[in-house]
Design a protein around this ligand. Structure first.
Ligand code: S3P
Length: 175
């Protein structure tokens, strides 16, 4: 694990994009949104990839996008909600950088995603989404750090991450 790259993981609507932007501004690091990288590389919206090629193709593209981002450092990456559910992606992420899980309740994400405009193909059915939420918890728990994104403000979460990074620096042997 290298402490010069942050991966934000967690369910759709957990606030990964918002926190990534705030962290990027605070640390003066680059910010990448994995879905946006996929869309650029594939030349299609996530919803189009799901509709025309299916979820398996999207997952292949997602893994390839993660790999493409491996060389970049001093970067905050907001991953898509399914990225950390794959064992291969988890291994890659946890080897490459520090993963932070934005832990929020299902009620919170459900109320946020109700206002969704159809951008998220997997958010269409509430029952199926809750099953997905439960099924993914054991994966998210494998993130290096859990963030209480249910109760803490974005500013507090930023501070928590910055403090954690400082602790890593202090405990790593000097070159
Ligand atoms: C997905 C979450 C989405 C996007 C895609 C699949 C998922 O990202 O990657 O629609 O499987 O949970 P967000 O978590 O940014 O919505």
């Amino acid at each position: 694990m290298r402490a010069d790259k942050i991966y934000l993981v967690g369910f759709m609507g957990a606030g990964k994009t918002t926190l990534a932007a705030a962290l990027g501004a605070r640390l003066r690091w680059r910010v990448d949104d994995l879905d946006a990288v996929i869309e650029r590389r594939e030349g299609a919206r996530v919803s189009e990839i799901f509709a025309t090629q299916g979820e398996a193709s999207f997952r292949t593209a997602e893994h390839a996008a993660l790999r493409a981002l491996l060389p970049v450092r001093h970067t905050v990456i907001a991953t898509g909600g399914g990225a950390f559910a794959s064992a291969a992606n988890r291994a890659l992420i946890n080897e490459d950088g520090a993963s932070f899980w934005l832990d929020v309740s299902f009620d919170r994400v459900a109320s946020r995603l109700r206002a969704d405009d159809g951008r998220r193909p997997l958010a269409a059915d509430l029952g199926a989404m809750e099953r997905l939420f439960q099924a993914r918890l054991p994966s998210y728990q494998q993130a290096r750090v859990r963030l209480d994104a249910e109760h803490a403000t974005t500013d507090a979460l930023v501070q928590h991450v910055v403090d954690w990074l400082g602790g890593q620096e202090a405990s790593s042997p000097s070159p």
